[in-house]
Ligand binder design. Structure first.
Ligand SMILES: C[S@@+](CC[C@H](N)C(=O)[O-])C[C@H]1O[C@@H](n2cnc3c(N)ncnc32)[C@H](O)[C@@H]1O
Length: 235
């Protein structure tokens, strides 16, 4: 598993949000949160498990909206950031953070309504086994994102500390099929890769984002999207 060691370090966990979601990265955070909300709304009173919840960006957001949510991650340092975020948001009594391995989820079959994972599958060496474990504990829905093989991400992937596993659409469809999941919806975004937005000031990021969306709405742009969001149902 890529990054299992990397995210254990306190300094990596402390800098995680700032490095990725300040400056133009704010737009990435907003887009990812919208993707999660669009997929799993209505949120209130749904039993939700977030795999690899990291610093709790989505866990806290969903607790604020009334979900019964558990955030699971293998890194104590990342979970600590999540607990602090939950305390600041005043929802620490409305969620549970749990240290655990996504390969062996400590829950019975069909325990949750929804199970989702963001920015996790690019780290997975054995995505099929993780997906089948997510599927096992979900009664209704599984949602996740992938970084795409045919995209601008390919250009700088080798520069990243641990690289990323990149997926083709057909590979994701095979994975869903193998896990017994039915694709209900999909979305593709970010012709300009995440790394680009992180480098530019917030003030100019909107302009690039508008252009990115415009290109992304064309058939060629859709094929060049660096991120895909996959919303599947348990049959
Ligand atoms: C790129 S971060 C994403 C965090 C969060 N989902 C987000 O989007 O901000 C990847 C996370 O996966 C966690 N992780 C890696 N391997 C894991 C495993 N086998 N089980 C659970 N979490 C894992 C890491 O500790 C890290 O917090």
């Amino acid at each position: 598993m890529k990054g299992q060691e990397w995210y254990q370090a306190d300094d990596v966990a402390q800098e995680y949000d700032d490095k990725r979601f300040s400056r133009g990265g704010r737009l990435i955070d907003e887009r990812e949160k919208r993707a999660v909300l669009e997929a799993i709304t209505p949120v209130e009173d749904r039993r939700v498990l977030e795999i690899a919840c990291g610093t709790g960006r989505f866990t806290v957001m969903l607790a604020e909206r009334g979900a019964e949510i558990v955030g699971l991650d293998i890194s104590a340092a990342m979970l600590q950031q999540g607990r602090e975020k939950a305390r600041s948001a005043g929802v620490d009594d409305h969620l549970e953070f749990m240290r655990g391995d996504a390969a062996r989820l400590p829950f019975p079959d069909d325990h949750f309504d929804v199970v989702f994972a963001m920015r996790f599958f690019h780290l997975a060496d054995t995505p099929a086994s993780f997906l089948s474990e997510m599927c096992r504990v979900s009664r209704e829905q599984v949602f996740f994102d992938t970084f795409n093989r045919v995209s601008t991400r390919t250009i700088y992937n080798w520069l990243l500390p641990m690289g990323s596993r990149l997926y083709s659409e057909s590979e994701v469809l095979r994975l869903l099929n193998g896990a017994g999941l039915r694709l209900a919806d999909e979305a593709h975004d970010f012709v300009l890769p995440y790394g680009f937005y992180r480098q530019i000031p917030d003030g100019v990021a909107e302009t690039f984002r508008d252009a990115d969306r415009l290109i992304g709405s064309t058939p060629v742009g859709r094929r060049m999207a660096s991120v895909s969001y996959w919303d599947a149902r348990v049959d």
